[in-house]
Design a protein around this ligand. Structure first.
Ligand code: C2O
Length: 560
């Protein structure tokens, strides 16, 4: 009896140990996402919003590099929707990427879909969000990918970590706002508040319950994982009395630098280290918009509180110096400091030989619209093409060779050359509507210059590419000069990310290797511009080997 117990428990322990060894290799992380409508109150108003598991922001996905993540999404809301895992590369597995009508049809009300993916060769802070209509306003949350077990960060280990999700809040139902604006052809109403972890803070009415506070201990190092889930506003972020050391952008380690403020475009993430070495007190954390042209913007400041342990709530927090909304000087110097870490362990593998040079004009225009308020409506266009979503998912059409859904003739350059950033032309250049994809052979190296245009005005467009990170090798104001500008490209340690703001009235050059087969959406991450068609997609072909080919679709892929 005793012997049996002994040997049984020995076996049990051995099994446990074996399990642990296996799980330390790679683990399976399962989540259940119930998409449901919940009544939420902010700024003295209550309204029903679409949430995941009733939470706003939604739950955080935790995984380690190399893990498998399985998220069963069940849709109890009245809208059909899909979820995108922003910044996860989804190697060969576009089926789990999520943009509606690009890689999948949306999950219908009452149905489920399982997103099943591996987190390969990346670690850091990313986020997930609904990828249809404007639902991502409330349907979003953090993704934290830890390094593999036993692998340290390439910077001093923080004592603790906190997630900070920045957002935008509307009193009205965002879907009503979006559809009204679309039918009138005018820009939608501005948000009513910005939020920090879902809360606007004490500069707004009814703030008692709606202020995010993080309690910290003195003389510790905190890592803040900051995510911009804002819809339409680029946001400055700073903390009274504390500098931040930037160590990671878009889940890529970067060369550390110290700064008093950050800028995050919608879609971007930034990890910073903060040393709590100030007089114990209460310090405001602030998020407010950056807008460097006379376009209306929600200029309100969201605040949270960094609170040292033991300091009573009666202490009035100090406010950080707020940047003015058009502080282009700060933005330029901040961007100049962003570099890849480019260490032996985390090299910057910038493509040096380029197979394909693309030049895309990106901007807004105006099209005739007899039923609209001014007889015109705003449109977005890339190389004069306004993207229209198909009614069948592009990836499915590509995989199953369904014809008539898209063409693969998206032009490598605009149809006409003009002074792209000169005086506004007040209209457009005969924009064509279409679902045209840029066709890229497997493993080609691509250089893409995103050139802002001034048709109805300039502004900064934050472009996001699905399925890839890219290197930002150059940027400038005015028109890109293919003869001169490449000479100043940074091919050594350019920043690597998945979302980049093209400067107002300027250009940005990015490079990537097209080694991930599938259909990958690329769009302005200002939701208002995505709605207007400021997007396109790449069709990256399979390679010759099976391991370089798109995986087959899962059985439960939602039907249209
Ligand atoms: Cu974060 Cu296509 O989006």
């Amino acid at each position: 009896m005793v012997g049996c117990c002994f040997s049984c428990s020995l076996w049990f322990l051995l099994c446990l140990a074996a399990l642990f060894i296996v799980s330390s290799e790679s683990a399976l992380n399962r989540y259940q996402f119930d998409v449901q409508v919940k009544n939420v109150s902010r700024l003295c108003h209550a309204k029903p919003i679409v949430t995941v598991n009733g939470r706003f922001p939604g739950p955080t996905i935790y995984a380690r590099e190399g893990d498998r993540v399985v998220v069963n999404v069940t849709n109890y809301a009245q809208y059909n929707l899909s979820i995108h895992w922003h910044g996860l590369k989804q190697f060969r597995n576009g089926w789990a990427d999520g943009p509606a009508y690009i890689t999948q049809c949306p999950i219908q009300s009452g149905r489920s879909y399982v997103y099943d993916f591996n987190v390969t060769d990346q670690r850091g802070t990313l986020w997930w969000h609904a990828h249809i209509l404007w639902l991502r306003a409330t349907v979003h949350g953090a993704i934290v990918v830890m390094p593999k077990r036993g692998v340290p960060y390439p910077f001093p280990q923080p004592d603790a970590e906190l997630n900070i999700v920045l957002g935008e809040w509307w009193h009205k139902d965002v879907e009503v706002i979006e559809s009204q604006a679309n039918s009138l052809g005018v820009p939608p109403s501005l948000s009513d508040a910005h939020t920090i972890n879902g809360k606007p803070g004490p500069l707004f009415p009814c703030s008692e319950k709606h202020t995010y506070a993080m309690e910290v201990e003195s003389n510790k190092t905190y890592m803040l994982r900051i995510i911009s889930a804002a819809l339409n506003d680029q946001l400055f972020f700073n903390i009274a009395g504390h500098n931040m050391t930037v160590v990671e952008i878009d889940a890529v380690y970067c060369r550390p630098f110290s700064t008093h403020a950050l800028l995050l475009a919608p879609g971007q993430t930034t990890n910073v280290l903060v040393r709590t070495n100030q007089v114990p007190g209460r310090y405001f954390v602030a998020a407010k918009p950056f807008m460097d042209v006379p376009i209306p913007v929600d200029n309100k400041t969201a605040t949270g509180i960094l609170q040292y342990k033991g300091v009573p709530n009666s202490v009035v927090p100090s406010m950080p110096p707020l940047l003015s909304k058009n502080d282009v000087g700060f933005v330029k110097s901040f961007n100049d400091k962003l570099r890849s870490l480019n260490s032996p362990q985390f090299p910057a593998n910038v493509p040096l030989q380029i197979d394909r040079h693309l030049f895309f004009t990106v901007g807004l225009g105006r099209d005739p619209c007899p039923t609209c308020l001014n007889g015109t409506r705003f449109i977005g266009a890339i190389n004069n093409i306004t993207f229209t979503l198909p009614t069948v998912a592009l990836l499915q059409a590509h995989y199953s060779r369904i014809s008539g859904v898209f063409t693969r003739d998206f032009p490598d350059r605009p149809p006409t050359v003009f002074n792209f950033t000169g005086a506004p032309l007040k209209a457009n250049l005969g924009t064509k509507v279409g679902t045209r994809l840029s066709w890229i052979p497997f493993n080609s190296t691509v250089e893409l210059v995103l050139q802002g245009t001034n048709l109805v005005g300039v502004e900064s467009h934050p472009f996001h590419l699905h399925g890839y990170n890219f290197f930002i090798v150059g940027r400038g104001i005015g028109n890109f000069d293919p003869d001169k500008d490449p000479a100043s490209f940074n091919l050594i340690d350019p920043p690597e990310r998945n979302t980049i703001a093209v400067p107002t009235g300027g250009w940005t050059a990015i490079r990537f290797r097209a080694n991930n087969p599938g259909v990958w959406f690329m769009h302005c991450h200002l939701e208002v511009h995505t709605t207007w068609g400021l997007s396109t997609a790449f069709l990256v072909e399979n390679g010759d080997r099976p391991e370089d080919s798109l995986l087959p679709p899962p059985m439960d892929l939602p039907p249209c």
